[in-house]
Ligand binder design. Structure first.
Ligand code: ME8
Length: 497
């Protein structure tokens, strides 16, 4: 059996997730569900990044201990993901005991290998990014360095710290990034360009406890706290069971897929690949990088004050499937996408209500009325059959190459073709329109199976109402008999305001 291991970034739980986080998480969930549908042994990891200055300050503001704060926030994340039907296998928290154990093990190993040394670190720091910015990276606004993402003034920090010898990995990274490991490839080029231009500098992997006490202490110097990114990246290794379940780890790790937004590309390539190499752990199979959701011209984010709330969209599109579908349709690895209610409404209305929903309702109603709900195999229209076969191929190729929005478009084409066939063949004018209805049913059934990873709730409902199984292998066979018990109305159109 094939395995498939997929991860999302672990999010900072200083605030509840917004549409940007849902964008990544739903995409990863669709890939996880697709691989489960195909019968692969799938493990899907998401979670929260709970240490560091950002969380320490967020808790301070509320006057509570960071642990109390993150305990509450982690529950809220889980609740959001359950509202969106996110089928994670583990929700990892960087405060989990097995993770803390792994981070200490990793630091010790790097220290013993002589890859960590102590020196002074001066620089401009963004608390929201938990990151130092060098000249050329930060923006100068009114003569002062500002964070290029948050547009807030940077803080000047100078402190004794421990460094990781990232510079030793220059050649290794250049070789690795030329391999087929980052998808789309343009992002690997970006990282290579940065290395070429700026060289690879050693990175600080600790913070003095006096400033950042909320985190994992360095095993050899308790006066220092592990830098939150070193801690966070290792979650992927903990989650796969590296120390506690090596058998599971070996199975999963060979087919690791990290889904990330392009804002954290550097960490997931330059830093992460070098850390893994230093720890003698193989590299992931793929880092899947996507572009941003933009709102009113800026990357959607809490500090930009332009977030779209998940609950508002769940309400507008009635349930998780509507929002999941919209995300799948607009999802773009290369291009930033501007959010727009008009666009979202029109995707929901035309694809879900008018195309899929309408066809399900029409064919279900006719099979019930004309054939008493029992439809035994007839002859599938040749042209529709060809479209079905072509769609399965295109869908599978698109999903195998992580192009979810393309896969969805192919399914919609099939459904449009089936709607048109229904209009042409007019089964409602015939006495016993078995062949016509069977043709449409086969299109609906195959489309439903393919849509399952994207809209699990509605597709499960259709399969139950029409009496078929959701199973990838069933795509290439015909169903002997349909038993239609209900002709559900799946999606109610959203009224434009
Ligand atoms: O970076 N458009 O956490 P984070 C698209 N804890 N994706 C977006 C987005 C937007 N406008 N806004 C957020 C962190 N995202 C670290 C990660 S992993 C070891 C540690 C998504 O809460 C996107 O996936 O800031 C981005 O990479 C991630 O949320 C950042 O989440």
């Amino acid at each position: 059996m094939k395995t498939f291991y997929i991860t999302t970034p672990i999010y900072y739980p200083n605030a509840v997730p917004h549409l940007g986080h849902a964008y990544t998480t739903v995409y990863a969930d669709i890939l996880a569900r697709y691989h489960r549908l195909k019968g692969d042994e799938t493990f899907f990891l998401t979670g929260t990044d709970e240490h560091g200055l950002k969380l320490q300050r967020a808790a301070e503001k509320k006057g509570i201990h960071p642990k109390e704060f993150v305990d509450e926030m982690a529950e809220r994340y889980k609740n959001y993901w359950s509202l969106l039907d996110i089928s994670y296998d583990r929700f990892i928290r960087t405060t989990d005991p097995d993770h803390e154990e792994l981070v200490k093990w990793a630091l010790k190993k790097l220290y013993e290998k002589g890859l960590i040394y102590k020196a002074k670190y001066p620089g401009w720091y963004c608390v929201d990014c938990e990151k130092f910015y060098s000249e050329g990276e930060y923006e100068v606004i009114e003569g002062k360095p500002h964070c290029p993402i948050h547009k807030k003034p940077l803080e000047w920090l100078e402190e004794e710290t421990y460094y990781f010898k990232l510079s030793e990995f220059t050649e290794f990274l250049q070789k690795t990034l030329k391999r087929d490991i980052v998808y789309p490839r343009q992002y690997a080029q970006e990282v290579l360009g940065k290395i070429e231009k700026e060289g690879l500098l050693d990175v600080s992997l600790a913070r003095p406890k006096s400033r950042v006490w909320w985190g994992i202490p360095l095993p050899w110097d308790e006066e220092y706290t592990t830098y939150v990114w070193f801690d966070a990246l290792l979650n992927y290794v903990t989650g796969a069971g590296y120390l506690r379940d090596p058998e599971k780890f070996n199975k999963l790790w060979a087919n690791t897929h990290h889904v990330i937004g392009k804002d954290i590309l550097w960490f997931h390539t330059a830093i992460w690949f070098s850390m893994l190499e230093a720890l003698e752990i193989p590299l992931p199979r793929k880092v899947l990088v996507h572009a941003f959701l933009i709102n009113r011209g800026l990357k959607m984010g809490k500090s930009a004050g332009n977030v779209v709330f998940i609950e508002d969209l769940l309400q507008r599109y009635q349930d998780s499937d509507g929002l999941r579908y919209i995300i799948a349709r607009i999802f773009n690895l290369q291009k930033d996408i501007e959010v727009s209610t008009d666009l979202f409404d029109s995707i929901y209305n035309s694809d879900l209500a008018d195309n899929y929903g309408n066809l399900v309702r029409r064919v279900g109603t006719l099979v019930k009325r004309r054939l008493n709900g029992k439809l035994t195999a007839g002859k599938v229209d040749e042209d529709v059959q060809k479209t079905i076969e072509k769609t399965i191929e295109e869908y599978t190729a698109a999903m195998n190459s992580y192009e979810v929005s393309r896969a969805v478009e192919h399914i919609m084409d099939l459904l449009r073709r089936a709607n048109a066939y229904m209009n042409e063949s007019k089964p409602w004018e015939k006495q016993a329109p078995v062949n016509e209805l069977y043709t449409v049913m086969e299109a609906v059934r195959t489309a439903t199976i393919m849509l399952h990873p994207i809209i699990p709730k509605s597709t499960t409902r259709v399969a139950k109402a029409f009496g078929f199984q959701i199973n990838y292998n069933a795509l290439s066979t015909h169903l002997e008999e349909y038993n239609v018990t209900e002709a559900p109305i799946l999606f109610r159109k959203v009224k434009r305001t």
